[in-house]
Design a protein around this ligand. Structure first.
Ligand SMILES: [Zn+2]
Length: 121
């Protein structure tokens, strides 16, 4: 990797630091450090991994299959979590509305008592 500061080929991959470098790694950008001038910079990862995986399409396919399977599993888990949350929310809503109607009915009990005194009037 060529260093942009001293233009020597002494730069090598550095450890990712912070959430930003992890985020840009998603787009193929990785931090590098020059062993000559100790300069740190972020650059697009050279696609040295591409020809290697092209030589082994079976491995690539297997990795892709595993990744998609993991994604499906994760999505299913998220869906289950979402469904559970919805059910819990509905249960809560049912509980709240049932309690409210019960207290509403409770507030309606005085009228029958009033009505019982009405015929006596
Ligand atoms: Zn350098």
């Amino acid at each position: 990797m060529l260093c942009p500061k001293c233009k020597t080929d002494q730069a090598s991959r550095s450890h990712r630091r912070g959430p930003l470098e992890h985020a840009i790694a998603f787009f193929g950008f990785y931090p590098y450090r020059c062993r000559n001038c100790k300069a740190r910079f972020v650059s697009l990862r050279p696609d040295t991994a591409a020809p290697a995986s092209a030589n082994r399409p079976g491995v690539e396919r297997e990795i892709k299959a595993t990744r998609s399977a993991m994604a499906v599993k994760r999505k299913r888990r998220e869906l289950l979590l979402y469904a559970t949350a919805v059910v819990l929310f509905l249960a809560f809503l049912y509980y709240v509305t049932r309690e409210r109607t019960a207290s509403f009915e409770g507030s309606l009990t005085p009228p029958p008592a009033f009505r019982s005194t009405d015929p006596a009037c």
